[in-house]
Ligand binder design. Structure first.
Ligand SMILES: [Zn+2]
Length: 401
C-alpha cells in the first residue's frame, strides 16, 4: 500500500470513529416500577441469552434494580445500544457493553464521592421543610424524620425558634446527590430541650446515655432457623481484582410449604414474580425499612400491594421458585433501598449499651455532641442556618486492598 493510500485509510478511520463519537447519544433514564431486566434487554434488542447464561447469583442480582433508580444508556446513530450502566445498590452497577457486535455484561463499582457534612438551623416552618429548604436534600429531610419517628412528635413538641443540627455523610455521583445520607448524629430541640441521637452499631440510634431510642424491632420470618448462606456486600477479589458478587440477604433452609411470617408490621408493596427471586413478597415498614421474602411456593391470597400486615402474620409458604439451588427462603432487609444484614438487625427489644461497647460509644458521642454544639453556637438572629462541608470520606468498600 502506498503512503498516500495508507494516510487516506488512517484519516478515513479517524473520521469514522470521530463520527461514531459525535453521533453516540448518552441519556439518563429512570427505572420504572414493574420494569424488569428482561424488559430492558427486549427494549434494546439485546439477545435474552445474556440474561439466561448468567450464573444464578447474578440473575438474582438483576432483580435488585430498584424502581426510581437513575441509569445511563449510550446509543449509536442507529439507536442501537452501545453501553448501559444500571446501579443495583449504592456500590455496584451492571455494565452492559457492545464488543465486536456482541453484547457483554459485567458488574463494576459505582464511583461516588463521599463527604461528611453538618447542617444546623433554626426551625421556622417544620424540621422537614427547613432541612429541605437549606440543604435541597429531600433524602436527608426524610431520613431525619425517620430517625426521630419513635421518640418525638414534631408537630406537637417542636416550636418555632427551636434548633436542630445533623452530622451526616453524603454520597455524590456526577456532582449530584446519590443514594441516602447516613446520619451520624443529630439533635433537635423540643421547646428548647435538646434531644440527641447518636448512631452506633450499624445504623441504630442511641441517646446520650447509650440507651437505644430509635431501633427497628423485627422477628425472624421462620419458626425454625437454619442458615445456609449469609449476607455479604460486594468485594474486590484480592488477586483477580474482579468483583465478588454480593448476597443481599440471608438464605434459610426450609422445606417447601413452610409458613413464612412477616418480620414486622407494614404495608405490602409487591406480591408476585420478581425475576430471579421467583415468587416474592415485599413489605414496607416504618423508618424506610423494607423486607423481601423470595423463592416462595405460595403467596397468601390477601397479599396485594397496599394491604397492611401485622408482625408475625403468615404471608406465604416457602418454596423453590425462580433461580433457586434448592428449597429455601431468601430473606432480604433494606433500609432506604440499601441492603443491610438481616441477622445483625433482627432484635426484639431495644438494647442498652454496656461495658466496652458503652465506653466506645461514649467516646464517639462526646465528639459528636461537641461538634453539634459548636455548630449551634454560630447560629444567631442573622444566621438562621449553616452548612459545613467536611473533608472527603474515603469510600474503601470496593477499593483494592
Ligand atoms: Zn439468597
Amino acid at each position: 500500500m502506498g503512503y498516500l493510500k495508507r494516510m487516506k485509510k488512517v484519516i478515513f478511520l479517524l473520521m469514522l470513529s470521530l463520527q461514531l463519537c459525535l453521533s453516540a447519544v448518552g441519556e439518563n433514564r429512570i427505572w420504572q416500577r414493574g420494569y424488569t431486566f428482561l424488559n430492558f434487554l427486549e427494549d434494546y434488542q439485546i439477545p435474552l441469552r445474556l440474561y439466561y447464561n448468567l450464573p444464578s447469583g447474578d440473575k438474582e442480582l438483576t432483580a435488585e434494580i430498584n424502581a426510581g433508580v437513575e441509569y445511563q444508556i449510550l446509543k449509536d446513530s442507529e439507536g442501537k445500544l452501545v453501553q448501559a450502566l444500571i446501579p443495583i445498590d449504592e456500590e455496584i452497577q451492571i455494565h452492559i457493553y457492545r464488543d465486536h457486535y456482541k453484547y457483554k455484561m459485567t458488574f463494576t463499582p459505582i464511583k461516588t464521592f463521599q463527604k461528611e457534612q453538618t447542617l444546623a438551623l433554626e426551625i421556622m416552618d417544620s424540621p422537614h421543610q427547613d432541612i429541605f429548604r437549606f440543604s435541597k436534600d429531600l433524602a436527608l429531610a426524610n431520613e431525619f424524620l425517620n430517625t426521630y419517628k419513635n421518640s418525638i412528635n414534631f408537630k406537637r413538641e417542636v416550636i418555632k425558634g427551636d434548633r436542630l443540627a445533623i452530622i451526616y455523610t453524603r454520597k455524590y455521583r456526577f456532582g449530584q446527590f446519590f443514594g441516602t445520607p447516613s446520619i451520624l448524629a443529630s439533635m433537635v430541640e423540643t421547646n428548647k430541650k435538646q434531644n440527641f441521637l447518636i448512631s452506633y452499631n450499624g445504623g441504630r440510634f442511641y441517646n446520650l446515655e447509650g440507651k437505644e431510642v430509635a431501633g427497628f424491632l423485627l422477628q425472624m420470618p421462620l419458626a425454625k432457623i437454619y442458615i445456609t448462606s449469609k449476607f455479604s456486600k460486594a468485594r474486590r477479589h484480592p488477586v483477580l481484582k474482579t468483583i465478588i458478587r454480593p448476597h443481599f440477604g440471608v438464605d434459610f433452609r426450609a422445606k417447601i410449604g413452610t409458613p413464612v411470617y412477616a418480620a414486622g408490621s407494614g404495608r405490602v408493596i409487591s406480591a408476585g414474580w420478581k425475576g430471579g427471586y421467583g415468587k416474592a413478597v415485599e413489605i414496607l415498614h416504618e423508618g424506610g425499612l423494607r423486607t423481601l421474602y423470595a423463592h416462595l411456593s405460595k403467596i397468601d391470597r390477601k397479599m396485594r400491594p397496599g394491604i397492611y400486615v401485622r408482625q408475625g402474620q403468615m404471608i406465604a409458604r416457602s418454596g423453590n421458585t425462580g433461580l433457586s439451588s434448592g428449597p429455601h427462603l431468601h430473606f432480604g432487609l433494606y433500609k432506604n433501598n440499601r441492603p443491610i444484614d438481616p441477622l445483625g438487625s433482627i432484635k426484639t427489644t431495644r438494647s442498652k449499651l454496656e461495658g466496652k461497647k458503652k465506653q466506645e460509644f461514649l467516646k464517639n458521642m462526646q465528639r459528636y455532641k461537641k461538634q453539634i454544639q459548636d455548630e449551634l453556637e454560630q447560629l444567631n438572629s442573622k444566621t438562621r442556618s449553616i452548612q459545613t462541608q467536611g473533608g472527603a470520606v474515603e469510600d474503601t468498600s470496593l477499593e483494592d486492598r
